[in-house]
Design a protein around this ligand. Structure first.
Ligand code: ATP
Length: 434
């Protein structure tokens, strides 16, 4: 059986991965046999109704009494979802290996554009699955997308959970131990920002996650996790197979002609309006792509404005990011995540010609007339063309690690394709004893 679920949380509490943890605890107690690590699939980071990181979860297991298991999971989703604070939970159940090509396509689409609830429901029904939902039922989109996600590349995350008694109070984690744990880099990533000393593995909100460490394989994550020092009694941990750090939401080409709001992907173009720094330290420039002019914004927290300020008209760039819908004050635009500067245009300036005999700059005789050397009288027709050095180089410019999306592919993962193999006899799930 596959079960996917999503949208069980709100900004006030809960977390869909925590619901996965307690459902898994329950299933393991019943002797259910897991066939994969629980999946944590991040979907289009630009949908406006996400709570945090647009993550959906799926479990894949073999159970003797599938009907009873399905009923029990449905009940748990109803009980634990934060409905009072705006959760719109959805769950999808599929028996056997019934993931259809249409389900896979919806899952791919959900990574980079907006998908309709009705399309997800039709696909589930036609594929012989069952859907359960509360509220608007939007959660079925993520639930189906998580089940049908085809991992081209994958990473792992170990998430530890807090005890109920500690929810809402600051997390007691030792930042220095996280800094030291960085010696597992690059096999773990996005754990600590050396520049600011910021711990990136622990959220700040009221949700039950204590910390989550991301990396290339479960083995390195158990080791990294054992290095984290804290003074809080925790509830337990669970290992997830994820698409985090894969950059897979940027596989899609955003069509300049359509600029579908809230879609994610890349646009290829040539700078047509040079970068300008806006109030608040954000930066805006425009590119011309397929005859359309597209405004592109780099926001201050990404630290991209400093890195990209040397761009000029004529530079060929591939901009990655998400389409921001238009508002009263602003037109549709790309919010930049990454820029690949493909080719820099020459920076040409002009100056008066040089008299090589006197080693002096010549003077103009007037508008439309030639230039002459006031000392020896020699003349020249044209101004001299000078190619100035550029202040930016060709290459890839990424947002700062503190502004990375869950899906952002960190530079050390470029050209890397990873596959996570399930090892059922390891400590992938744990409830800590008091
Ligand atoms: P968390 O990361 O804390 O679990 P979240 O950021 O995942 O929270 P949700 O509360 O799950 O946010 O809300 C996201 C909602 O958007 C879900 O209902 C999900 O089904 C839906 N959704 C996800 N991707 C898409 C998409 N591409 N198009 C339309 N809806 C989507």
């Amino acid at each position: 059986m596959y079960v996917g679920f999503d949208d069980t949380d709100s900004t006030r509490g809960m977390c869909t991965t925590f619901l996965a943890y307690i459902i898994t605890e329950n299933l393991l107690k019943r002797g259910v046999r897991f066939l994969e690590y629980p999946r944590l699939v991040r979907l289009n980071p630009n949908v406006p109704w996400k709570t945090r990181g647009n993550g959906a979860v799926a479990l894949h297991f073999a159970a003797d009494n599938a009907d009873r298991v399905q009923q029990q999971i449905t009940d748990m989703i109803g009980v634990y979802s934060d409905l009072q604070n705006g959760a719109n939970p959805g769950a999808v159940f599929l028996r056997g290996n019934s993931i259809t090509p249409r389900m896979k396509r919806l899952s791919r689409d959900a990574l980079h554009k907006v998908v309709e609830i009705s399309d997800a429901c039709d696909i589930i029904r036609d594929g012989g699955g069952d859907a359960f939902s509360l509220g608007t039922g939007r959660g079925v989109i993520g639930a189906l997308a998580a089940i049908a996600y085809d991992f081209r590349d994958s990473t792992a995350e170990i998430i530890t959970y807090r005890s109920d008694a500690n929810l809402g109070v600051p997390r007691q984690i030792k930042p220095d131990s996280v800094r030291v744990m960085q010696k597992t880099f690059p096999d773990t990533f996005n754990s600590y920002d050396d520049g600011s000393g910021q711990v990136l593995i622990a959220p700040r909100g009221p949700d039950p996650v204590f910390y989550g460490i991301r990396g290339e394989n479960p083995g390195i994550l158990y080791r990294a996790s054992s290095m984290i020092m804290h003074t809080e009694r925790l509830r337990g941990h669970m290992m997830f197979c994820t698409n985090q750090g894969t950059g897979d939401h940027l596989q899609h080409t955003i069509k300049a002609r359509m600029m579908e709001p809230y879609s994610s992907g890349v646009v290829d173009g040539v700078i047509s309006i040079e970068p300008q720094i806006m109030p608040g330290g954000h930066m805006c420039f425009s590119i011309k792509s397929e005859g359309h002019s597209i405004p592109c914004w780099a926001y201050r927290p990404t630290r991209l404005p400093q890195k990209l300020s040397g761009l000029m008209r004529g530079d060929h760039v591939i901009v990655s990011g998400g389409v921001r819908g238009e508002s009263e004050d602003y037109s549709r635009a790309i919010n930049i995540e990454k820029v690949h500067v493909q080719r820099l245009a020459p920076h040409i300036t002009y100056k008066n010609p040089h008299c090589s005999r006197c080693n002096k700059s010549m003077k103009s005789k007037g508008r439309g007339q030639h230039f002459w050397c006031v000392r020896c009288g020699s003349t020249a027709e044209h101004r001299q063309q000078i190619c100035m050095p550029r202040t930016i180089s060709e290459g890839i410019y990424n947002a700062a690690v503190t502004a990375h999306r869950h899906l952002t592919r960190p530079p050390q993962r470029y050209n890397r394709v990873n596959h996570i193999t399930f090892e059922p006899d390891t400590d992938w799930f744990a409830v800590y004893k008091d």
